[in-house]
Design a protein around this ligand. Sequence first.
Ligand code: FES
Length: 116
Amino acid sequence: MRINTLKDHNVTKITFIEFNGTEHSIDAEDGQSLMRAAVDNLVPGIDGDCGGVCACATCHCYIEGPLAEKLPEVGEAERELLEMAEGVTAASRLACQIIVSGDLEGLVVRTPQGQH
Ligand code: FES
C-alpha cells in the first residue's frame, strides 16, 4: 500500500514580488489556488479575505510575461470584481481564480501596494 506523504505532492515554483520589491519564492502545491499557496506560505500582499470564492478582490495580483498566456481567461465574476479593485492594469488577476499546475513553473506574481 502506498502512503501519501507531502513529498508525493507535485509542487511548482512560484515567485511573488511585493510592491516594495521583496521576493518570496515558494513551492506551491499543484491543485491549490495561487491565493491559497500565497497565504499558506505567509506571502505578504495577498489577503484572500473571502477564502477564495471570488467575492472580495483582496487576492488582486499582477501576472505578466509568457506564462500569463497559460492562465485561464478572466472569468465574468473575476472581471466584475477587478472593476472594483484599485490599481487594476491589463496584467491584473485574482489569485484565487488561478490553479497551480506544473505549466506555471517559474511564474512571477507581483502584488499591489495594498489590498482594499
Ligand atoms: S480571495 Fe476573495 S476574491 Fe480572491
